[in-house]
Write a protein of this length. Structure first.
Ligand code: FNR
Length: 382
């Protein structure tokens, strides 16, 4: 096991071709939001209480009706097959072993039924709604029949974010085998071999194309071309009719929208700027968390994501009022850096760090974390 999540990131960077690593890591435009997501955790400091008997240390909680071994969920990330063959099968297994729910992306490269068959754990479905609503309806029917319990509607992608690195790398339609790309691939024979053996990643859950030979970037682009830009709050009613389980709206960034979501009767929200990959200079949602939690925390469950790289980050989010965090890049660093076992190792590291933090904070269970445990860092000697 490596010491920290960021060590897995270093491994991932070595093992992936640039095209794939940049897609994993990159943010929109200048990366301001991406960096702020991470920096925000550094702006908070803990207020420990000492001599508090921390022999016991209970991290478990419940999130949207599911039990979770700690307040974290393996969040939805699309095109994971670019990082490892059958990536979502491995991620779902790792999540289950760690006692955490796993969210499968609409843009998964594994069939949702395959993922179900591979894991007895708690599975949720993330939904992108495309113009042809039958695609979403079909996906929901299949997911419900397979025992997926929670639907996360992602609302911050009416169009794709503007990502320079993907353009630079030719990660767009059509993928042209440039000299740069071929050199990049030649330097990563292990990755090429795995991709060839696994048949290459494909978006398996969507009928985006009848042409089976379309490459993954064409499919991804087709996915974004077909995204339903006309989606509104009224469509939550449509989802309510189609989905019998809990509904969560992912991608809320302001208190105003959080209140709208509550008024529509959803069960939860994820405060998220999509890991800084969508709207550049989107707000740092961690900052909005305390007021959203104070206003709405009694009536809906509030989750948050973006920038979680340490167990102590999970503790900070919980102290500010989040029911749980979603992990985006962290498990992907594990998977891309060290294969399936790496994903499990990253989750184990986060758990161990959270436990360590809680004890050092003088709290013996996760529910004991509240606003008294953190504060915004002040300038030294101000
Ligand atoms: C994502 N994210 C995402 N979200 C979603 O709702 N559907 C998706 O298909 C994807 N795809 C995706 C791919 C990759 C490579 C990344 C890194 C992210 C966003 C994800 O769920 C989450 O909001 C962020 O990743 C959280 O930020 P961190 O933890 O990555 O900093």
């Amino acid at each position: 096991m490596l010491p920290s999540v960021m060590d897995y990131r270093t491994q991932a960077r070595k093992r992936l071709p640039r095209l794939a690593f940049d897609y994993l890591e990159g943010g929109a435009e200048n990366g301001v939001t991406l960096r702020r997501n991470i920096a925000a955790y550094g702006e908070l400091e803990f207020l420990p209480q000492v001599l508090a008997d921390v022999t016991g240390c209970a991290l478990g909680t419940t999130v949207l009706g599911a039990t979770a071994a700690m307040p974290a969920i393996v969040g939805p990330t699309g095109l994971n097959g670019l990082f490892w063959p059958d990536a979502d099968v491995h991620l779902a297994r790792a999540a289950h072993q760690a006692g955490l729910p796993f969210v499968l992306s609409t843009a998964s490269t594994s069939l949702l039924e395959e993922v179900r068959a591979a894991s007895a754990g708690e599975l949720w479905l993330q939904l992108y709604v495309q113009r042809d609503r039958r695609i979403a309806e079909h996906l929901m029917d299949r997911a419900w029949a397979s025992g997926y319990t929670v639907l996360l509607l992602t609302v911050d992608v009416p169009v794709h974010g503007n990502r320079d690195h993907d353009k630079r790398n030719g990660f767009k339609l059509p993928l042209r085998p440039s000299a740069r790309l071929l050199l990049d691939l030649a330097a990563h024979p292990g990755w090429c071999w795995r991709m060839l053996r696994g048949g290459g990643p494909q978006l398996k859950n969507l009928a985006v194309s009848s042409n089976a030979r379309e490459d993954i970037t064409e499919q991804a682009s087709a996915l974004s071309r077909q995204m339903d830009m006309a989606l509104t709050w009224d469509d939550i009613d449509w989802l309510r009719r189609k989905w019998r389980g809990r509904i969560v709206v992912k991608g809320i960034q302001t208190l105003t929208d959080a209140s709208r979501a509550r008024a529509r009767g959803v069960d939860g929200i994820v405060l998220s700027n999509h890991g800084g990959r969508q709207l550049e200079s989107a707000p740092c949602v961690l900052e909005a968390l305390p007021e959203v939690a104070a206003e709405l925390g009694q009536s809906i469950e509030i989750l948050v994501d973006g920038g979680v790289r340490r167990g102590s980050d999970i503790a900070k989010a919980a102290a500010l009022g989040a029911r749980a965090v979603l992990l985006g890049r962290a498990p992907l660093y594990g998977l891309a850096g060290r294969g399936p076992r790496g994903a499990g190792e990253v989750l184990a590291i986060l758990r161990a760090e959270l436990e360590n933090t809680l004890r050092l904070l003088g709290r013996d269970h996760i529910g004991a974390l509240d606003g008294a445990a953190v504060r915004r860092r002040r300038a030294i000697f101000d």
